[in-house]
Ligand binder design. Sequence first.
Ligand code: ATP
Ligand code: MN
Length: 471
Amino acid sequence: MTVSQSETYRIADLGQSLLNRKIHLRGWVRTRRGSKGFSFIQLNDGSNLSGLQIIADEKLENYEEISKLSTGAALEVWGTLVESQGRGQDFELQSEQILIRGTAPGEEYPLQKKGHTLEFLRDIAHLRPRTNTLGAVFRIRNTLSQAIHRFFQDRGFLYVHTPIITANDAEGAGEMFHVTSLDLEQLPKTKAGKVDYDQDFFGTDVSLTVSGQLGAEVFALAFTNVYTFGPTFRAENSNTARHLAEFWMIEPEMAFMDLQGMLVLTEEFLRELLKECLDRHEEDLAFLQKMYDQELISGLKHICDTPFETLTYTEAVKILENSGKSFEFPVEWGCDLQSEHERYLSEVHLGGPLNLIDYPKDIKAFYMKQNPDGKTVAAMDVLFPRLGEIVGGSQREDDGESLLHLMREKGLPEETYQWYLELRRFGTAPHSGFGLGLERLVQFVTGMKNIRDVIPFPSSSPAPVATMKKN
Ligand code: ATP
Ligand code: MN
């Protein structure tokens, strides 16, 4: 077989069965070092963390150029896969031909062998996917996305694409980004001096979606079990390490399911996702653990092995009040729980995963199922150690009367929600659903402290993203 007929492989797919075979690889140089008569090139194609060592002999016709290669260059390599002489790897490629597709001048290429800070990498978002850390993060993000679809598809859930531009605010979910075709410099006004949305593209004020839930409810009451998985936008001024303006949310919605049923499903769901990562990403996780969090893998295994505890909000508030801790935000029944409280409960009090249920109705959205006590609703937040809230959901109010009552109490415009009320008039059924932020999950699995390091383009980067606001 001639060199050019060699089959093309991804580095992650190489194995014992290909030993002594001629193969073709493509990728980018991580490092190159010269030795007497040879160059050792570490090649990475994104398929795994370690890449492959390529041995380039000085007999190669373009060895002159090869010996000058530096980090970042793009290559195609043909050669024979052989057992490695060196330590730390099983195989290496004895190259017979190396085609240099693109060099990366050493003095100018920003990614050098020495480690870079994650902050620095955010400013070069067009290059950071080539680093070990971001490589591991995005392989895991990919695995999680696929495992999420599989979990639901295996159970007969219908994947539904709810709209991105919407006139419905899933009440209280977050501040919204408005969408308009009006000229912001010359806004048409009504007689009363308000913006005249009649002249706008949709004839009304619309926004980017903060949640696909209301749409998912419509579909759940026709297909029984459904889920959304799509981009979600919140203009919350929350400059935290756990909030993004644009993130991806997974929202399953199940008809004929109550809160208790959903607790079981959510636990099984989260556990299966973590297991998949532990099974498929040994190398990536070991690297992330070494770099960022000594307890990463044991923490993931701990969640897989520990049944989730369930506490009511009322019990949780008592625990916090009796904790003897002085929190930045003081706790009393009726207050919204802050991240410091959530972490205390799951990290310190329980040391494990926790479902918090039955929140006061005044701090939760209008659509949540009202409990018989008249004070609380059937809400659920799942809290993880070192992260806090990862999932938020509820059983929905399926009784039309009660729903209308709470909407009036909260001063919501009934006209806008006529269709939602109709779902309770025509074939209403108990139903429940939750929202999981994909990035929160990726953060938890990878141990990344800042959520900006688990999305492809952080909004502060100059790469292809819309916003330039520094955060
Ligand atoms: P938090 O209190 O953490 O702001 P929330 O109560 O606003 O969360 P929900 O409206 O219940 O969150 O949304 C469901 C899930 O979506 C959350 O549990 C979280 O995983 C994720 N999420 C919410 N807001 C954001 C955001 N701004 N960036 C990334 N993920 C988010
Ligand atoms: Mn929020």
